[in-house]
Design a protein around this ligand. Sequence first.
Ligand SMILES: Cc1cc2nc3c(=O)[nH]c(=O)nc-3n(C[C@H](O)[C@H](O)[C@H](O)COP(=O)(O)OP(=O)(O)OC[C@H]3O[C@@H](n4cnc5c(N)ncnc54)[C@H](O)[C@@H]3O)c2cc1C
Length: 421
Amino acid sequence: MTLISRRGFGGLFGASAVGLAMPSLAFGARPKVVVVGGGAGGATAARYIAKDSKGAIDVTLIEASKRYYTCFFSNLYLGGFRKYGSIGHNYYGLAVNNGINVVHEWAESVDNAKKSVRLASGGTVSYDKLVLSPGISLKYDSVPGYSPEAQSRMPHAWTSGTQVQLLRSQVLNMRKGGVFVMVPPPNPYRCPPGPYERVSMIAHLLKERNPTAKVIIIDPKKKFSKQGLFMAGWEKHYAGMIEWLDPETHGGLKSVNPETMEFVTDLDTFKADAACVVPAQRAGTIASAAGVTDGDWAPILPATMASKADPNIHVLGDASVASSMPKSGFSANSQAKVAANAIRGELTGSRVYDARFANTCWSLIATNDGVKVGANYKAGPEKIDVVDKFVSQGGESSDVRKTTYEESIGWYAGITSDMFS
Ligand SMILES: Cc1cc2nc3c(=O)[nH]c(=O)nc-3n(C[C@H](O)[C@H](O)[C@H](O)COP(=O)(O)OP(=O)(O)OC[C@H]3O[C@@H](n4cnc5c(N)ncnc54)[C@H](O)[C@@H]3O)c2cc1C
């Protein structure tokens, strides 16, 4: 007798032959996966499910924007290290090379019982498995005085789009010797080192064009990611330019006034010439509309990234509670591959590998001065557990720092190709 493994069986006869794994599907019908959000998590998941199932799964990607501008490397654009166009990507490769049905619409709600997604335009799309990777929504009112209207005066530039261009233009137009105020968000938030890389890139720009300007950070946190590395870098490259105020020093941010550009704290009222305010965050709205959030974020089962609230929905990236992983593009991309593997296994009977995850967050402090922090992870019963970790060391040689920066350029090319090609 010839033994045919589950994988070999699917491979020999195609996915529809593995009918036992898909009792609800009509003969010959392909199982349907709908992915909402075509960013680091969603684009990767859609691509891997389509590519690895070789057409055995019908994949639809619902993404509001026709062009995805990465938040990763947006700070390098701010500092003048990248052109804005170089961080924009389209969905051509997903549609044409991978056969994904790309729908540029806003997904409004989910009918969990009927397994369908309702679009803002009124149409519905049905699924066997739904993947949500909608990123974040901003809690504007977490900063008193801040609002969607205020973001044109004090850009957050924390979601993809024109905000980061506006921020760069405002920094370039600061008066000579002016003050830039940065308000980082409270934990947990997208990209833990991001606010501090942003400060570094703005200081780099100011040092070149407006060297007597000052940067004040009004932080709601007592400590931050790669703090020692950033502070040493600021001292080395931007001495006397950057002042970081922790909550014990400023006593709390009481209000911001976008008209007067004032920041009222217990310590003082700071007047800015340009500013960046990043409010607190929560999962993109479709996650709560789908009933998979508990509070601000969506809890998941680490082995598959399936929602704890609905087994037919997987939540990836920033929207999920994927601790110990940080909310990063690298994490979202890594989680997407775990979810894609699990979904394909469930729908076609293909082999499911043990979940392994990885993340590295690179930050650029100044020209050729890159630092990184990262870890490898495995799925634990309750959370994603760290296997091993690493971080750049203080006092590394300039060659090491340059290599670290160059690694990040390679990573950017790799991840965007992994998402969109
Ligand atoms: C300044 C900054 C620097 C960063 N640097 C790095 C870095 O160096 N390395 C790194 O790994 N990460 C970095 N990040 C973090 C990274 O950008 C995010 O963690 C990552 O994008 C999360 O991926 P995601 O799939 O969860 O969400 P996103 O990539 O934001 O994708 C969500 C997508 O869903 C779409 N969407 C949302 N809701 C709907 C809906 N209802 N209907 C249709 N479409 C919808 C959105 O349009 C968006 O395209 C940085 C972030 C910032 C802000």
